[in-house]
Ligand binder design. Structure first.
Ligand code: GLN
Length: 195
């Protein structure tokens, strides 16, 4: 199985390192022709404005939109922002997922945190998933046809907010599974890519 990682900016190396032990061939994607023959694509965390600007100058926006029509894409953090159709700011977006996100919803870099989530869609659903949030967005609203996969625990002051969602073969997470040392989310995505 061959999965691409958009490698314009951000922590694409950590996604590659997470996929290798799962026996997946990985391709760093910087040019439209590198999307050929891929069974799925991951858009990493980083800075969504930078990813969007670079994708625009590398002529990747339309090829990525076409890719999203029939192949799985998973955006983590900045990648989730880039997949969304609204951030209430001016920035280049793929506009392919019917979600509205609020960037930096928890404040600045120093307000980054880890918390345990319950994610019923993963293997071993009773085992909490330790999620890492780094200057993370929240998913404010999801459209019809978008399934909520995880919310923050209610006990947090800002609890109950959506942090993972799926629209068919498109996946968005506010947090960073590539840093979690728990491969269940990557395996879940590979399951989507296998169809
Ligand atoms: N704050 C970044 C943004 O708005 C996302 C941070 C991340 O990907 N860890 O794009």
């Amino acid at each position: 199985m061959k999965v691409g990682i958009l490698a314009l900016q951000g922590d694409f190396a950590e996604h590659i390192a997470s996929l290798r032990p799962l026996g997946v061939e990985t391709v760093e994607v910087r040019l439209p022709e590198q999307l050929k023959d891929l069974e799925g694509l991951i858009i990493p965390g980083g800075e969504s404005t930078t990813i969007g600007k670079l994708a625009t100058s590398y002529h990747l926006i339309e090829p990525l939109r076409r890719f999203s029509q029939d192949r799985p894409i998973w955006g983590t953090c900045a990648g989730a922002i880039f997949l969304s159709n609204d951030t209430r700011r001016q920035q280049p977006l793929l506009n392919v997922m019917d979600i509205t996100v609020e960037r930096n919803a928890f404040g600045r870099q120093v307000d980054s945190f880890e918390t345990e989530l319950s994610i019923p869609a993963l293997e071993d659903p009773d085992k909490p998933y330790r999620a890492i949030f780094i200057r993370a967005p929240i998913i404010e609203n999801v459209g019809e046809g978008v399934e909520v996969l995880a919310r923050l625990p209610k006990e947090r002051g800002d609890g109950d907010r959506i942090v993972a969602a799926r629209q068919g073969h498109l996946l968005a997470t506010s947090f960073h599974p590539e840093l979690a040392g728990d491969d269940r989310f990557h395996r879940y995505f590979l399951g989507l890519a296998k169809g």
